[in-house]
Design a protein around this ligand. Sequence first.
Ligand code: ADP
Ligand code: MG
Length: 587
Amino acid sequence: IIQGEKFQFQTEVSRLMNIVINSLYKTPEIFLRELISNGSDALDKIRFQSLTDSAALESNPNLNVTIAVHKDKRVITITDTGIGMTKEDLQKNLGTIAKSGTSEFLDTLSGDKADMDLIGKFGVGFYSVFLVADKVRVTSKNNNDDQYIWESTAVDDFTIAKDPAGNTLGRGTQIAIHLKEGQDQYLEDAKLQQLVQKYSEFINFPIYIRRTKTKTVEAETPKDVDTDDSEEAKVEDAKEETPAAPVTVTYQEDDLMNSNKPIWIRDPKSVSETEYQEFYSVLTREPDAKSMAYSHFKAEGDVEFKAIMYIPNKAPKDLFQRVDNAHSNVKLYVKRVFITDDSAEFLPRWLGFLKVVVDAEDAPLNVSRETVQSNKSIKAIHKHLVKKMFDLLKTLSADEEKYAGFIKEYGTSLKLGALEDKAHIKKIGRLLRYHSSNSDKYTSLESYVSRMKKGQKDIFYFTGANVDEIKQSPFVESLLARGYEVLYMDDPIDEIVLQHIGNFEGKAFQNVAKSSLKLGDEDTDAESEKALEEKFLPLLDWMHATLLNDIEKVRVSKRLTTSPAALVANDFGWTANMERLMEGQAK
Ligand code: ADP
Ligand code: MG
């Protein structure tokens, strides 16, 4: 422990430290995220200052963060070349909480797990270092002061002293973390690398891990300056130049951890298609992954964030098997720092196929009073994302061929949306596409309606296992013969989806297999109908008697053209398709 001035932590700091330690002991790793973020903030500050004060960078022109491990001492150091802290800064910034309302905020924390989770997911700050450290030494050099050391074991007080070593840092801050018993995992390069890449992949400044490496070199004989030109000397030289045995040397090298660029912060106009696709594979961690469409946008107002939303080329195989759809669906960053990808709150379940990166300008749940209403921000982000997704699909649907590709991969997701998302059911209805008797291409409900015959009131559809089977139905055949268009519903959930949608632009959906089907163009000559029924009565009676166990009644119909008979469901019964679906569920 250094000798120096002793200071007490402000009461709020002690309370916050306790909360942080008690709530986050399961994810101590976030200390690294917090310290790198602070380094990055400090680098932002000095860069900003240098815009108006060109001398500011003279103390050290490099802007970066370097992490190094000293295994023997069980110490990690995190060094930034940012703005640094004066003695006064050290005392104030690392001993008090400047944010207004912090005390009230701390009062509102009930100690519930939910509260704690919120604190944990968003910025918790410098004090999280005590999750892994039993002693921390902060050495800092600001342009306006000498180099000072702040040191604490987190128990009540901290010490500040002028660094006896002098101004060795040039400019910036070095945090030396003496690890607690049991936290040795953070001494491993591989572990640190994994964490830096998880949380700090998109930090604007280079982050290095200093590694000790070995290499084998030819041992070099020191070349002495040859002044002796005599024959004997030359013989001596020749002897000396016989190669010595190779030797292994140890050296240190800084490996760059964050070469991926956060393209979402750029102006969309300046980002090329290739860059979007490259970033998509970075985001998904799948080198060959491609996206069929994306949207890059900025949201302002109730919550400020930038986002890129991608629709993958292919739907994941397990899309509907996932218990929790949200997993790695939306990656939330706050100012380029990764926060979480396991929140189900950002998108409805049916949009589980999207891949989204969201970067909020302000930690919506930072440790301050406003954060008590934390979920407001998440709800606002949710709303924006859904709206942008509909915009994206609207644009995509203008290109019939591309959109057919979307329907092939995600048609079922849309239908799931129709079942689960009442608020957007009208919009989803417009995005659905069906096979139809009109052409081999998909049709929207909108264009079906535009082709409806004069006097036609309903949208006609028929269900079956596949389009070929549907086409062979006598019901369909008779409608086609009369010049009606029929939608071919070959997905088992289609019928339930239609029940949810109810109607489209006031047009009801009519299954052509139902007995009550009204085409709207029948001649309603009651006389001739009666005559027909009388004429065929013996046949009807015979059929009814023969099929007694399987059918309810037999009727003369005018709906058929070439087929002699058809089996229909009554209005309250299930259609053959529904029966198939129900049987499937019962299994
Ligand atoms: P926050 O980053 O949200 O302000 P922290 O607890 O992480 O809260 O840090 C507290 C303060 O300490 C920062 O606001 C900053 O003024 C100062 N600070 C922390 N780390 C550094 C650093 N590496 N360089 C300069 N200042 C720092
Ligand atoms: Mg911070």
